[in-house]
Design a protein around this ligand. Structure first.
Ligand SMILES: [Zn+2]
Length: 44
């Protein structure tokens, strides 16, 4: 799964949410995104 917000992979164990997007062409597109995006790997 790829996070729709940060475009990074959602790994097992990370909390994520699922949202349905209704569009005219594709009914029931589902996107996944982190509850808290990990951000850049460096820092802290
Ligand atoms: Zn994310």
């Amino acid at each position: 799964m790829i996070c729709a917000k940060c475009d990074q992979a959602i790994r097992p164990g990370q909390q994520y949410e699922i949202r349905d997007i209704h569009s005219a062409s594709a009914a029931g597109t589902v996107v996944h995104f982190h509850v808290v995006c990990p951000g850049k790997p460096r820092g802290r």
